[in-house]
Design a protein around this ligand. Structure first.
Ligand code: SF4
Length: 282
């Protein structure tokens, strides 16, 4: 049941950049999650529009005629829905966000992720934030003094590759700044290096640069992830490669579709990551 205090019914509008925005309502917000006890997403869709985005699977549950990355549904009653759920839930750990970036540009206007984080923290939940946006710095005042780990994802240390693969996200330098400021605010910090892009950000040189960034930001935790074949990423990965690095297409195809090749690739990648991690303090 919707609460009478919920905001009005769905509407639709388009931003100047062609993004299709719909205001929708949700029945509940917090879901159980593999990464923490719970996760939440105030938006369906993500205008960061990363070429490798795994969250495309959301289109199976929320079909849209627009391609992934070009629409965002805004759950305008997210705060009210969460508030109702919190009346009957025990506090636990919350990962935000699992299927969108909670600090994508629309959040500047809607402030839903911010208010949901505030509600959760007031109710005694712990938060792990993962974003590619420096808009999260706006919310350090909400996080300060609470059990919050502020994490950013960095796929490549190279700004020009980041713009190609993650056209809507903040620059790499801005994401590093998030780590520095969160740490200065006394918060735990983390960085996710992933998905590491074969031939682009999985090389010894790129890994060394990534770990150097982590060292400079004095980040608390470092996670890594290889490229996975999840939720139909291949067509969009192919599209980016065709345009910018066609010679890598065959290698990506083998990693994604040939299990033996993938096992061997991941074994080598693990070794290269371990080496970069060992060398980061030298
Ligand atoms: S920031 Fe995350 S959810 Fe958004 S498009 Fe990129 S990978 Fe997908």
């Amino acid at each position: 049941m919707f609460d009478p205090s919920d905001p009005p019914v769905p509407s639709r509008r388009s931003a100047a950049n062609g993004l299709v925005i719909r205001e929708v309502r949700c029945r509940s917000l917090l879901n159980t999650c593999d990464i923490g006890d719970y996760s939440f997403n105030c938006y369906v869709g993500c205008s960061h529009n990363c070429g490798y985005c795994y969250a495309r699977f959301m289109q199976r549950f929320h079909p849209h005629e627009e391609p992934w990355g070009t629409f965002v549904d805004v759950k305008v009653n997210a705060v009210q829905a969460l508030s109702r759920q919190l009346r009957r839930l025990e506090p636990g750990s919350v990962f935000t966000c699992s299927a969108c970036d909670g600090w994508q540009p629309l959040e500047r206007e809607y402030r839903l992720t911010r208010e949901c984080c505030r509600l959760l923290l007031d109710a005694g939940f712990q938060l792990t934030v993962l974003t590619k946006s420096n808009l999260v710095l706006r919310d350090l005042d909400v996080f300060k003094g609470r059990e919050v780990c502020v994490g950013v994802t960095i796929t490549t240390p190279d700004e020009s590759w980041a713009r190609i693969w993650e056209p809507g996200a903040s620059a790499v330098a801005a994401r590093c700044e998030v780590l520095k400021q969160a740490r200065a605010a006394g918060l735990e910090t983390a960085v996710m290096f992933g998905p590491l892009l074969p031939g682009i950000s999985d090389t010894d040189e790129a890994l060394a640069r990534l770990f150097r960034l982590a060292r400079e930001a004095r980040v608390g935790r470092i996670w890594t992830d290889g490229l996975n074949l999840r939720s139909g990423v291949w067509p969009s990965v192919q599209q980016v490669l065709r345009q910018h690095r066609p010679e890598l297409l065959e290698q990506y195809r083998q990693i994604l579709f040939e299990p033996a090749f993938r096992r061997e690739y991941r074994r080598h990648l693990k070794q290269r990551i371990a080496k970069a991690r060992r060398n980061m303090w030298r």
